[in-house]
Design a protein around this ligand. Structure first.
Ligand SMILES: *Cc1c(COP(=O)(O)O)cnc(C)c1O
Length: 464
């Protein structure tokens, strides 16, 4: 029996001509498929000789199909880690693990145009001389916020590191003990301050820090006062911290810069949808922050980047810091960011930016989409059971942790599959569908599902 199987095993050349592998050959190349084939055949030989593994078919055609199945499985697992689109059905709008903000159509067009050819990244079209990266953004942020000047780096973590290094290397930075935050992915304010070459001067207590605490800590070593938005946590109860404008007045009186790390830094007021504790960039600048830093792909709804805005003299020093070269962004990020800011300038951000649109969708709008999706699934007979329940979506991205956006969720159940089984099947779907398990039930939240992805969800549910 074992010998029969070994004798019927197809050769590599025969398998490479087998129809079931032709698609792989055209996608991944003949050499690559040959290598995986060799591995699959070796694996089968070893299994047969050891006498373990699943029983294998003896007839040559079925055996060839089994070999091909194993080769395809090998490619699948090798491809799984590659960056690929997934469908976000979690209802977490700025899901950091799923790439945060989806870009607007205008941003995608801008990326495509700039990526496909040359652009004026460091070329001054007015003079024909060498120009500066991102020189168009000063005017855009000026028009939008009245901000002095802008610098753009890889993310907000880089923006904080670079700004602290520029302002305070070798000196002290004063921070409240209530703001020594960890953002996740090992971004910890005390560690970033150390890496910037500055020394952390903690003041106040976890829950209460007064203006006088800052004032008493100022000495000739002090180079900056840092305010950090407690993005992903809240201190509630017996708490106190100075108003930003009072901190700004104190900083000005001592000729010190006040640096506000906003994290999300919304460009528009989101209090209307319950997000009231995320300060806007404008409010921070108005209150007198000398420089502010915020992410491009959190509430702003654009590409990954970190933006520093503020006093032109400081932004100039930031841009000439040697670290800037290591932290700068490429032409694609500028193209996407400028197109995103243009949506704000047109007053269309809520409509044009997918993340803002998702945040603003009402419970009833999400419910209507969910109901329509269910109707389309059950239009053909299938075993899956779908129900609507009330639930909540989340902002994500370490923003507004206390905010629950009222939503309508679809629960998915099946006579023979557990919630974990369904979750896994959907995750292994092509394209992968990422869902949440709430109270032992698998749930889909269409708030974060792009309309073009609905068809893929419908098919996947019908196939369960
Ligand atoms: C999210 C956040 C950061 C880091 O931003 P990234 O863009 O993810 O690097 C820094 N500071 C605060 C306060 C944040 O909320």
């Amino acid at each position: 029996m074992a010998n029969n199987i070994l004798r019927s095993l197809p050769s590599i050349d025969v398998m490479l001509r087998h129809g079931s592998l032709s698609e792989l050959v055209s996608r991944d190349g003949r050499e690559n498929v040959r290598d995986r084939l060799r591995e699959a055949l070796d694996e089968i030989r070893r299994e047969v000789l050891r006498g373990d593994g699943l029983p294998l078919p003896e007839d040559p055609e079925s055996l060839a199909r089994e070999v091909s199945r194993r080769v395809r499985a090998r490619f699948e697992s090798r491809h799984l880690g590659r960056t690929q689109p997934v469908i976000n059905a979690t209802g977490v709008v700025l899901h950091t693990n799923l790439g945060r903000a989806p870009l607007s159509a205008a941003a995608l067009t801008a990326i495509g145009e700039v990526a496909a050819g040359y652009c004026n990244l460091e070329y001054d079209l007015a003079t024909g001389n060498r120009g500066k990266r991102g020189s168009g953004l000063d005017a855009m942020f000026g028009d939008l916020l009245g901000a002095g000047a802008a610098a753009v780096v890889n993310n907000c973590a880089a923006a904080v590191l670079l700004t602290l290094n520029t302002l305070a290397e070798g000196g002290e930075v004063i921070v409240s003990r209530g703001e020594l935050v960890e953002i996740g992915g090992s971004f910890r304010i005390p560690d970033v301050i150390t890496k910037s070459g500055a020394r952390l001067r903690e003041v106040g207590t976890t829950n209460r820090t007064r203006l006088s605490d800052y004032e008493q800590a100022i000495n000739e070593q002090t180079k900056a006062i840092l305010r950090v938005h407690p993005s992903n946590y809240r201190i509630i109860g017996f708490t106190e911290k100075p108003e930003l404008c009072d901190l700004a007045a104190l900083a000005r009186a001592h000729n010190l810069p006040l640096f506000d790390d906003l994290g999300s830094g919304s460009l528009v007021d989101l209090a209307g949808i319950g997000i009231s504790e995320e300060p806007t960039v404008a409010s921070s600048l108005e209150a007198g922050a000398t420089v502010v830093a915020f992410s491009g792909d959190k509430l702003l709804g654009g590409p990954q980047c970190g933006i520093v805005l503020g006093e032109p003299a400081i932004i100039k020093n930031i841009k000439s810091n040697p670290l800037m070269r290591a932290l700068r962004v490429d032409k694609l990020s500028y193209a996407a960011l400028e197109a995103t800011i243009a949506s704000y300038l047109r007053g269309n951000a809520q409509r044009e930016l997918p993340a803002l649109a998702a945040l603003h969708a009402t419970r009833d709008e999400v419910g209507a989409r969910a109901e329509y999706l269910i109707d389309r699934v059950i239009a053909i007979p299938c075993e899956v059971e779908l129900r609507l329940i009330d639930g909540f979506s989340a902002v994500g991205g370490g923003s507004a942790p206390e905010v629950q956006l009222p939503s309508v969720l679809i629960t998915v159940s099946h006579p023979r599959l557990s919630a974990d089984d369904i979750e896994k099947r959907l995750r292994h779907n092509s394209p992968p569908i990422i869902a949440r398990i709430v109270d032992d039930r698998l749930t889909l939240d269409v708030r974060t599902v792009q309309p073009r992805d609905e068809a893929a969800i419908i098919t996947a549910l019908q196939r369960l």
